[in-house]
Ligand binder design. Structure first.
Ligand SMILES: N[C@@H](CCC(=O)N[C@@H](CS)C(=O)NCC(=O)O)C(=O)O
Length: 186
């Protein structure tokens, strides 16, 4: 998302295996002990999808948001929320099934197969969720699909692989992936 925005930024790495995210200085940033967290001026934002929504609104010149007043904003917001509230819990529940599965009506995401079908239909046209415009919602949904397929927690449906393939062509994602590799090697 930061590469898509195109503004300068610094990265502070934490070692989750050393428990840096549970230490007091980081808990002061995010009491949840979770990454990522973003500091912009005096504002600290946590929750990945909220960070994406914030950056898209804060830097409108990058054209990653659908502004207030645009009738397409409702659908855009739906996809921003759909990642953390539907795709992620459906994926984790499938990978680590509960002893006793909650009734469909009690699960915010309903059921895994419906979530997959809805997302597949949304990404199959494209090229992006909102059509021709790439938005922060693609960062949220796209990164979830990439992660899920990489770790074999989501099916490699042709709609997903084609969409993730389109995202992989984006120079911002290529720069971010190269930077991740460098950081991992350091
Ligand atoms: N709801 C958070 C979840 C973030 C999350 O699960 N982060 C993982 C890494 S991908 C984490 O911080 N794990 C460390 C831990 O929980 O100890 C978000 O969307 O930002």
């Amino acid at each position: 998302m930061l590469e898509e925005v195109g503004e300068p930024y610094d990265i502070r790495l934490l070692s989750l295996s050393n428990g840096d995210n549970r230490k007091s200085d980081y808990l002061a940033v995010n009491a949840m002990g979770k990454v990522p967290a973003l500091k912009h001026g005096d504002t600290v934002i946590t929750e990945a999808a909220a960070i994406c929504a914030y950056l898209a609104d804060e830097f409108p010149h990058a054209n990653l948001n659908i502004p207030v007043g645009d009738p397409r904003r409702g659908v855009y917001l739906k996809w921003l929320f759909f990642g953390p509230s539907c795709i992620e819990p459906a994926m984790i529940d499938r990978a680590h099934p509960r002893k006793e599965e909650a009734r469909r009506g009690m699960l915010g995401y309903g059921d895994f197969d419906t979530v997959m079908e809805v997302v597949a239909n949304a990404v199959k046209g494209g090229p992006y969720l909102m059509g021709e415009q790439f938005t922060a919602a693609d960062v949220v949904i796209g990164s979830g699909l990439r992660f899920g397929m990489l770790f074999k927690m989501l099916p490699e449906r042709p709609e997903f692989t084609a969409y993730v393939g389109r995202l992989a062509q984006r120079p911002a994602l290529q720069r971010a992936t190269a930077a991740d590799k460098e950081l991992a090697a350091a």
